[in-house]
Write a protein that binds this ligand. Structure first.
Ligand code: NI
Length: 175
């Protein structure tokens, strides 16, 4: 599938850098980054995207859980733009589940994440939003927030045995 925006691939320096806080949400520059992220994500079957993945080092993510061939069991939600997102775990409980990343094609891995988190972010209008997220959506949030700190999901894998090829991953869902 062709994408009008190049998704930075593992090895690109931009994926290992710390993204800057957005200080003025309502600006042409930020608007342009958000539009670019929406366009880039829409061209994929991804469930989230972080600005560094289109080589923009700003603290902006999109969380867009939806069932697709890449994530057959994902819940459906409307894509949500989150600016300067932060979170706190609501308990120490973590669970391992499969993740992939548009910046690391061809593989999946089991990644431990907090099951329930309280998140804060600014929306596109600059309103402060607080929400409780659980399960898969909480996982996507934590994955995308990591990108803002120069981390990728492979950094959190407990064992290299938890990393598999995407073709083997798809076999898990087709019986
Ligand atoms: Ni990713």
């Amino acid at each position: 599938m062709s994408n009008p925006y190049e998704i930075a691939q593992l090895g690109a320096k931009v994926l290992r850098q710390h993204a800057e806080l957005v200080d003025q949400v309502d600006s042409p520059d930020i608007r342009q980054i958000i539009n670019a992220m929406q366009t880039a994500l829409a061209a994929t079957e991804g469930v989230g995207l972080a600005a560094p993945q289109i080589s923009r080092l700003k603290r902006i993510i999109i969380v867009a859980s939806r069932p697709s061939s890449r994530y057959p069991n994902a819940p459906l939600m409307s894509p949500t733009i989150m600016i300067n997102p932060v979170f706190e775990a609501l308990s120490d409980d973590q669970e391992k589940d499969w993740e992939g990343c548009l910046s690391i094609p061809g593989i999946r891995a089991l990644v431990p994440r907090y099951k329930a988190i309280q998140v804060q972010y600014s929306d596109e209008q600059g309103c402060a939003i607080e929400q409780k997220l659980e399960g898969f959506v909480a996982r996507v949030f934590q994955h995308e927030a990591d990108h803002l700190d120069g981390k990728v999901y492979l950094d959190r894998v407990e064992s290299s045995a938890d990393i598999i090829s995407e073709s083997e991953y798809f076999k898990l869902f087709t019986h």
